[in-house]
Design a protein around this ligand. Sequence first.
Ligand code: AMP
Ligand code: FES
Ligand code: ZN
Length: 292
Amino acid sequence: MQCKLCGREAVFKSRGIRWCRDCFEKFYLKKVEDTISKYRMFNKDSKVCVAVSGGEDSAALAHALKRLGYNITLLHIHLNIEGYSDQVLEIVEKQAEIIGAPLHVEYLEKYGLKVQRVGYRPPCAVCGVFKRYLMNKFACENNFDVICTGHTIDDLTAFLFSAILTWDIDTMNKLRPFQPSSVENLKPKAKPLAFLLDKENAFYAKLNGLPIADAKCPFELTSKVKLYKKRLRRIDPRESFRLRWYKVFLNNFPFREESRSFKKCMVCGFPTVADKCSFCRIKELFQRYQTP
Ligand code: AMP
Ligand code: FES
Ligand code: ZN
């Protein structure tokens, strides 16, 4: 097998192209850099918070951003899940060491919370609220300009698929690679891996010796994105389909700027469209379920 670009020995295949190590890494880093500049996500002077989960996507993203010369700090949220979170944290610490970036760990336990079903909300949905809230809080309190997550084209098309089936326009509106914000205490969110495939991130992480957490979250089966990834692949397994479909969506969906008016959560003061933010509402419910 020869690399399509330089003729050296190929080690990986994606998008119908055989890549050698060097050509693949050049392609990968250029894709990340081009996505950041095309969507004006941030620049080399920005203070960038990279949310790292222990998985390959966010590890590869942080590694690539550091290599490209961005000013990054890693943030990991320890989710207080027994038999899972401590093992993931160990891996995240190793990743941070290899990447050579500072790591901050936010512990859910500090808020008296843990991931579990709360009312009609499955654990994974509750976990999502916790993560989004704590990422934004940390970024605001430490004057970051932007929060980066390792969402990939596989994640974004899975969200898109699920949102289209229920005609969830609010979710569709959030699926751009960059979500700016003019709301006080609500940080912009960037997804520099929006045009990269899961398998490309996994390969980049492997090439760079990044350890990946192999512990499985016990609530994995309640994850909507995993389910929709599988469903979408059953409909069309081609990588080219996912890449094309997302671009068609970006070119044609009537994206609108956030029109809802935000107020301050009456409990914590962070922005919300209701009187209390989802985090504080879940926290209250949680305390109610815990009380005998
Ligand atoms: P997931 O929702 O697990 O697919 O993760 C999507 C992205 O959210 C990851 O690529 C990370 O950037 C971020 N993320 C997920 N879990 C955590 C966590 N525990 N701590 C920090 N960031 C996370
Ligand atoms: Fe959030 Fe599994 S990591 S529920
Ligand atoms: Zn609140």
